[in-house]
Design a protein around this ligand. Structure first.
Ligand code: 4AD
Ligand code: MG
Length: 424
């Protein structure tokens, strides 16, 4: 029997004479039972102790004809179709316990380092991040919405009196918090309506976003590296049995890889240097290379897995492929962006030093045609007591992918939200 608290099961020995075959035959895979008995050293192999049952209660049977989790070795694809039952498998038990431990470790790290947890809103009126398509939040009647003078949907009559969406990031609000409390972080769900069906994208995922006053890009990198190493070390120290199980079942190099990342010094190079390495790699990639092009997962993984063999922090990207708020470099071409690339994952963190200069920020906002009426409150941070500051976003599920060695992001969140999939 197993109550989900650890990966190991407890062997129960029950005397058929005592309990009777009619009762015992109800205890099939998936049944829920209560046992009273004596814990004794186990004479058999494979477990140190076992319970000799003196009393037995069956709370719920599970008909072997219809209970889907019969034999071992179901495919992960099959388990996704029964997301309501898959937490009961060893694999998802391990993943969910590790996920919990990582959430706890994140709060512990920040609390121990003087950060304050800031709750950024989930419903937002700003579409300024530009991180991808958003999910509309509305109470208007889809069939018969109120119309304005021009015949467009009149969102002034909507619940909030304006267009609102689910947030793509808590960063802009975290910046407001950092201007008050210096060190803050958010940790909440974020939503992106991109139609990207990849093993690394979800439409609903959790993000951790620290934001630090008086940090420049180098301080930002130091924090990102220390934070990630702390989390991986925490998993190795607190989730070893679950990691051992996943190492055995899915990924033989998992524990070795985790250890190696905690010991390695992350590489720090610029986007331009990375592009040079890729163009001289003598390797054909699916997506085109060239200064100004965004890096794709295949490029990121080449740098991390083939070229350096350890995590890589890339900075100073072309401004055209990054968000409006990033600090502009003196070259007029690049911004102080930071991406952290991990083996098997690619981008695990995206962040930057922020542009704290009002004039530079407003000129970039105008260049990018961002409506000033949407970001007036954000601009006030640069008007009143502005400060240099930096931050980053860690994708929680990408972290869990790395720590568990699972290959598909749908298998590290209890109920994945992806295009055409919100059944459970
Ligand atoms: O690089 P992104 O878009 O950065 C931001 O949103 C910034 N506002 C963060 C900041 O500076 N405070 O996203 C950050 C991270 C990515 O590196 C990735 O790990 C994860 O969020 N991520 C996703 N994870 C799962 N599914 C998706 N669709 C994701 N999009 C981003
Ligand atoms: Mg990014």
């Amino acid at each position: 029997m197993n109550d989900g608290s650890i990966i190991h099961s407890l062997q129960v020995v029950a005397d058929v004479q005592h309990f009777g075959e009619d009762l015992l035959k109800n205890i099939t895979t998936g049944a829920c039972i209560g046992i009273t008995g004596t814990l004794v050293e186990s004479p058999g192999q494979g477990q140190p102790v076992e319970i000799h049952a003196t009393a037995l209660e069956i709370y719920g049977t599970a008909d072997p004809e219809t209970y889907p989790l019969q034999k071992k070795g179901h495919t992960l694809e099959f388990l996704r179709e029964i997301a309501h039952l898959r937490p009961r498998t060893n694999t998802f038990g391990a993943v969910l316990r590790i996920r919990h431990a990582m959430a706890f470790a994140i709060h512990k790290y920040f609390n121990d380092n003087g950060f304050f947890y800031l709750h950024s809103p989930i419903i937002t009126g700003s579409d300024a991040e530009g991180a991808g398509a958003m999910f509309r939040v509305t109470t208007l009647d889809a069939k018969n919405p109120p119309l304005d003078e021009k015949g467009d949907v009149n969102f002034r009559e909507d619940f909030f009196g304006k267009v609102t969406n689910l947030t793509v990031s808590g960063q802009l609000e975290a910046e407001l918090g950092a201007m008050a409390l210096s060190l803050v972080y958010t940790f909440g769900p974020t939503f992106r309506a991109e139609n990207s069906n990849t093993p690394r994208h979800l439409a609903e995922f959790w993000m951790i976003e620290p934001e630090m006053a008086f940090y420049d890009i180098h301080d930002d990198m130091d924090l990102a590296e220390d934070f990630l190493k702390f989390l991986i070390r925490y998993a190795l120290e607190n989730c070893y049995d679950d990691l051992e199980f996943l190492n055995k079942m899915y990924d033989e190099s998992l524990i070795e890889r985790l250890k190696s990342v905690t010991k390695s010094q992350f590489v720090r190079i610029s986007y331009t240097e990375a592009m040079d390495i890729l163009m001289n790699a003598g390797q054909t990639f699916e997506f085109p290379l060239g200064w100004g092009n965004d890096l794709q997962a295949e490029h990121e993984r080449y740098l991390v897995e083939k070229h350096f063999g350890k995590p890589v922090m890339l900075s100073d990207y072309p401004k055209e492929i990054k968000a409006f708020y990033m600090k502009q470099n003196d070259d007029g071409k690049t911004v102080r962006a930071l991406d952290v690339l991990f083996p098997k994952i690619g981008e695990i963190i995206g962040g930057s030093q922020r542009e704290e200069n009002y004039d530079k920020l407003i000129s970039r906002i105008r260049e990018m045609n961002i409506p000033e009426k949407d970001v007036w409150w954000y601009l006030e941070t640069r008007k009143f007591g502005t400060a240099p500051h930096s931050g980053f976003g860690l994708g929680f599920e990408r972290l869990i992918l790395f720590v568990t060695g699972m290959a598909n992001i749908r298998d590290v969140i209890p109920f994945p939200r992806t295009p055409m999939n919100a059944e459970f």
